[in-house]
Design a protein around this ligand. Structure first.
Ligand SMILES: [Zn+2]
Length: 84
């Protein structure tokens, strides 16, 4: 019975060590893919005044398949007005 217990503890320790290694590998790969997937901020041009804006922080207006981005609400209103 003692031998069974020792083997069980040994197996647990091996499993624990194995998962620690797997965890580390996953973290390493995740870190790699994350840094690779993090693309530099792509700037788009405001079609009204020509200012370069980042889509994440600017005002967007969908026009068909494309989305236009504007530096301000004024530009967006001008663009919408000009289109109609
Ligand atoms: Zn603008």
């Amino acid at each position: 019975m003692t031998r069974f217990l020792l083997i069980a503890i040994l197996l647990l320790m091996i499993a624990w060590a194995f998962w620690k290694v797997v965890d580390g590998v996953i973290e390493a790969f995740g870190g790699l893919s994350n840094s690779r997937g993090r693309s530099p901020v792509k700037l788009v041009r405001d079609p009204v005044c020509g200012t370069w804006v980042s889509p994440g922080e600017s005002l967007g207006l969908r026009a068909g398949d494309t989305t236009h981005y504007f530096c301000s609400d004024t530009c967006r209103a001008k663009f919408a007005k000009g289109r109609s």
